[in-house]
Design a binder for this molecule. Structure first.
Ligand SMILES: C[S@@+](CC[C@H](N)C(=O)[O-])C[C@H]1O[C@@H](n2cnc3c(N)ncnc32)[C@H](O)[C@@H]1O
Length: 435
């Protein structure tokens, strides 16, 4: 049912929703492949259209944290822009970008599925009208106000009310039948009911204003709902400027999905949704078109052996970079090998591992040509040292010969590779010369 209100903006008539898109292909797998979240570096419009064939009506939860059209350029750790939050035509441009994507989200959502759209105080008003039009106003469930936390610096000095919240709009595909696990926040320490009666052991049911009431404010450490940007000592920090805190996503994922459900984040940035969904036993798909996002997601998830990552492409397979990393096969055994990029560079008179490299992985190609990592080292986030040594790792031998592929990942998303070939003779592995 329509609300009788229709939003219009300059350029609206031009929006088209693709009915199909490029098929997704798996390129790389790190860690436990069956449960690892998927990441695809692509524009999410064709990428989501490419999911329609297999996943229409099967996604249980979508969290969507788009650029709000703030006009800002967000920097990435190590320098340069992570992404530009700018649309020609301002809010009209933002709406033109969002409309076809939200229509695809509506098609991907399962009949009991939920959508959370994270916005600021300016974008929320027009986007709410657009969502009402796409989903129907009855499918609007709640407007969640997320208090970001304490504010300091120039934001607090402004001659105005201090801006201190984002808004998250919660919609469901069906107005009545949807997955919802009620969230209870533990009572704050020392809490007693008025009159001394027994308290509800589960705590207080969470409302639609987050990080403002006494129970939420009593949450501490990684459970605190304060924005990651103001948690200066948090180990969660990735250096991605608009990263959201895992505690925020955890509340959403727990409430609106169950174990084994599929969660999609089409603007996944640093991969917060993917990390949380994987930890909570959900399957997850993230899409982002920024190289900084691809770099951070790989370093955040592929580096975590309990999580892992599947990297996919929608459309063209990205070409390898020109750089063919030197690798020394040190400590060759009868079936295993230790690899060192550092030693190879030293032997060639080159300096230490370049600052632009953020990870090194070694692995094998499976029957479908997917690179399956057997060992990997990443620069810890936001920016730690990169160890150029890997292994020991097993070399799969067939007819006396085997190969290991070594990949180097760069901050700008470039991937370069070198294949090391081995021969086993008299029970000993020998490295063969590069072809
Ligand atoms: C606000 S950030 C998301 C941050 C994320 N929630 C996190 O926790 O890190 C928005 C992201 O949308 C991405 N983005 C913008 N337009 C896109 C598009 N058309 N397709 C895919 N990603 C896009 C940007 O690169 C940016 O990483």
């Amino acid at each position: 049912m329509s609300s009788g209100v229709r939003i219009d903006w300059t350029g609206r008539d031009r929006a088209t929703v693709p009915r199909s898109g490029p098929r997704w292909r798996v390129l790389e797998a790190f860690g436990p492949r069956r449960t690892a979240p998927w990441f695809c570096r692509a524009d999410n419009l064709p990428a989501m259209a490419g999911l329609l064939g297999d996943w229409a009506g099967r996604v249980d939860l979508v969290y969507l944290d788009p650029p709000f059209g703030t006009g800002r350029t967000f920097p990435k750790a190590g320098g340069g822009p992570a992404y530009r939050d700018r649309f020609a035509g301002g809010i009209a441009g933002l709406l033109s970008m969002l409309e076809p994507r939200l229509r695809l989200v509506a098609e991907l959502l399962a009949p009991t599925g939920s959508l959370y759209v994270h916005l600021d105080a300016i974008a929320v008003h027009p986007v709410k009208l657009l969502l009402d039009e796409i989903f129907g106003p009855a499918c609007f469930q709640r407007e969640i106000v997320w208090r970001i936390g304490w504010i300091s610096g120039f934001k607090s000095a402004q001659r105005n009310w201090v801006r201190n919240h984002d808004t998250i709009l919660f919609y469901t595909k069906d107005p009545r039948r949807f997955t919802f696990n009620k969230i209870y926040v533990p009572h704050r320490p020392g809490y007693r009911r008025r009159g001394g009666g027994r308290t509800n052991a589960r705590g207080v049911p969470a409302g639609d204003v987050w990080n403002a009431g006494p129970e939420d404010l009593a949450l501490s450490g990684s459970a605190s709902l304060d924005s990651i940007q103001i948690k200066s000592l948090s180990r969660e920090k990735t250096g991605f400027a608009t990263q959201k805190n895992e505690s925020l996503l955890e509340r959403i994922v727990r409430a609106s999905s169950n174990e084994g459900d599929l969660v999609l984040d089409p603007f996944c940035g640093s991969g917060t949704t993917l990390a949380v969904a994987a930890r909570l036993g959900r399957r997850a798909i993230g899409i982002d078109d920024a190289s900084a996002a691809a770099d951070v997601v790989r370093r955040r998830l592929a580096a975590d052996p309990s999580c892992g990552l599947v990297v996919a492409a929608a459309g063209e397979t990205p070409a390898f970079g020109e750089d063919r990393p030197r690798v020394r096969a040190a400590g060759v055994g009868s079936s295993t090998v230790r690899l060192s990029v550092t030693a190879a560079r030293r032997a060639a008179g080159e300096g230490p591992v370049p600052a632009r490299w953020t990870g090194i992985a070694a692995g094998v190609r499976d029957r479908r040509g997917v690179f399956v990592a057997r060992a990997a080292a990443f620069r810890p986030l936001p920016d730690g040292p990169l160890d150029g040594r890997l292994g020991p790792l097993a070399v799969p031998i067939r007819d006396g010969r085997g190969a290991i592929e070594v990949r180097v990942y760069e901050r700008d998303g470039a991937v370069s590779a070198r294949t090391l070939r081995f021969e086993r003779r008299d029970g000993v592995l020998r490295r063969l010369r590069d072809r």
